[in-house]
Write a protein that binds this ligand. Structure first.
Ligand code: FMN
Length: 331
């Protein structure tokens, strides 16, 4: 079974129609079913496929800046209880977090009315949804609407596992100064060799300055991001001739990437791109009036993503980490 994102509206309509028409016990009112199918064309859409055939799908819908709704979800009855809904949901949750939402809501018929919907209630509860409120007549008196909600806030470990390099377009929404300050503080809180604190940072959120920077970033990267953090490094020795400046700024960058992710933004560590032979970094430093004692080593665009970043393939843990010694097989 494979879960994948569908972007073509006609394909979304074809899949949602196939699944919802097979689930008439749940989606029995033709007008409502057609509305779900129509709306699915424009929504973030995930499909589950088995043996080349669509067996389930899920759509998300923004209901507020911070909240996304699990708008509709269906798995063909013969594929129920095989973990397909759960897999679809897990990927949808990952995408919702990556897009910067803080809450997910879902609506269903209140528990205690119909056996099929009771199963749906129990399924949502098992995913971690919690009762928010019942609206007795939102749909009609026979179908009281239960709204469930779930926080999308993640633990540090989840943030680490879900951080990705994002190279797509950003929403045209400014990043509040408080968030930029939190990100800068996270960077400066990183460890540094002998606590020499060789890292300094410049956050750029003035559109006029951003425009100047993007005029020298060629080929362009992060050009739609509403903010950018520039990382400066000083080659100060920690002791004798030992300089840990590279380690210091690497730790600061990772801290900032994690803070960016935790706050619902996306970014990418652009170092190779700006420190190559054409020395874009020096051009940026000149625009920002950075003194010569500092190297501008990296830029981090910051903003809310327009699309969820794809996860690159990583080698399995067994190929890169071991207990109590280097294994014979990997030598
Ligand atoms: C030192 C360093 C330099 C990087 N420079 C660039 C860069 O110039 N351009 C870019 O697109 N990504 C750059 N990256 C991001 C990596 O390509 C990315 O981390 C890697 O592909 C793994 O993807 P992930 O971050 O989603 O796990 C850099 C990462 C590091 C650690």
């Amino acid at each position: 079974m494979k879960v994948y994102q569908v972007t073509a509206p006609d394909e979304k309509e074809r899949i949602s129609r196939e699944i919802l028409e097979a689930l008439k016990d749940w989606f029995e009112i033709p007008e409502t079913r057609e509305a779900y199918i129509r709306e699915s064309r424009e929504q973030p859409f995930l499909a589950a496929e088995h043996d080349g055939r669509a067996v389930g799908f899920l759509c998300l819908k923004e209901t507020g800046k911070a909240t996304v709704e699990l708008a509709v979800m269906g798995v063909k009855a013969e594929y129920h209880r095989q973990g397909i809904g759960r897999t679809l949901f897990r990927e949808a949750r990952r995408q919702a977090v990556a897009l910067g939402y803080e809450f997910m809501q879902v609506k269903t018929v209140q528990m205690g009315r119909y056996e099929d919907y009771d199963r749906t209630n129990r399924f949502y509860q098992s995913l971690g949804f919690r009762e928010l409120e019942v609206f007795p007549t939102l749909w009609d008196a026979d179908n009281p609407c239960q709204i469930y909600v779930m926080s999308l806030r993640e633990s540090v470990t989840e943030v680490i596992m879900h951080r990705r390099s994002y190279r797509g377009k950003f929403r045209p929404e400014p990043v509040p100064r408080e968030d930029l300050i939190t990100i800068l503080e996270a960077g400066l809180a990183a460890p540094s060799g002998c606590n020499k604190q060789t890292v300094s940072l410049i956050a750029v959120d003035d559109p006029a300055v951003l425009k100047q920077l993007h005029a020298v970033i060629d080929p362009p990267v992060g050009e739609t991001a509403p903010a950018m953090i520039c990382v400066l490094s000083q080659r100060i020795n920690a002791y004798r001739d030992r300089c840990f400046a590279t380690q210091d700024y690497s730790a600061a960058i990772e801290n900032m990437l994690l803070a960016i992710t935790a706050l619902g933004y996306q970014s990418c560590w652009y170092e190779g791109h700006i420190t190559d032979k054409d020395r874009i970094c020096d051009k940026i430093a000149q625009i920002l009036k950075v003194p010569v004692a500092y190297d501008l080593v990296c830029i981090l665009p910051v903003g809310r993503a327009m699309s969820a970043p794809a996860a690159p393939a990583k080698k399995p843990i067994a190929e890169r980490a071991w207990f109590n010694g280097f294994p014979e097989t990997a030598r």
